[in-house]
Design a protein around this ligand. Sequence first.
Ligand code: SAM
Length: 207
Amino acid sequence: MSLARINRAFLQRGVRYLAEEAGIDQFVDVGSGLPTAENVHQVVHRYRPGAHVVYVDKDPIVLAHARALLSDDRTTTVIQADAADPAAVLDHPETRRLIDFDRPWALVMVALLHHLTDTQDPVRVVGTFKDRMVPGSYLLTCNLLSDDNEHAKELEVSVQQHARTGIFRPWPVHRAYFDGLEMVEPGLVYAADWPTRASRRTATTAG
Ligand SMILES: C[S@@+](CC[C@H](N)C(=O)[O-])C[C@H]1O[C@@H](n2cnc3c(N)ncnc32)[C@H](O)[C@@H]1O
């Protein structure tokens, strides 16, 4: 399976987990990307009709497509903001309209943090978002990983040659995104290894 498909499938499994099993009904999806099939609000609404979703992207083309898709959806909105400026996301009037930060909410940052530079300091950025989380909130994230695995090295070289965007960062940086948070089982793993609902149930039963 391609990297993009693995990432997208992880996003859908993670969001489903948050809506269906964790009971989250407020989502801020930063770096949401161009709307495609099975977008976050569509997955969420299957399990939590009426749940609120704020899409955030800095790309005006993404905004135009998302607005067209969401024109008559009052539970979901899209804003243009830079993830490197968390206050611009969290204090945006549309975010304040849909998200009650006194209640648990989910921060979704899938295939986003590797676009931030070291100067922008993604660990600090995530930390600033986490400062607005009350207990029961969640972080769902998945990013390019610099790993010793031979296949991972080949992938890193290929992505850097072709995409020319995206910083591969080592495990400790990915762990640091979750500092201060309790991990959902199975913890920090390759995206393809984050389980489906059925396999998580089997593991729980077996355990
Ligand atoms: C690879 S796409 C990921 C889309 C979606 N999250 C997914 O996983 O399918 C990355 C998106 O992040 C956006 N992006 C990159 N840097 C950003 C930033 N600093 N602030 C907000 N959005 C950003 C890009 O415009 C792009 O739409």
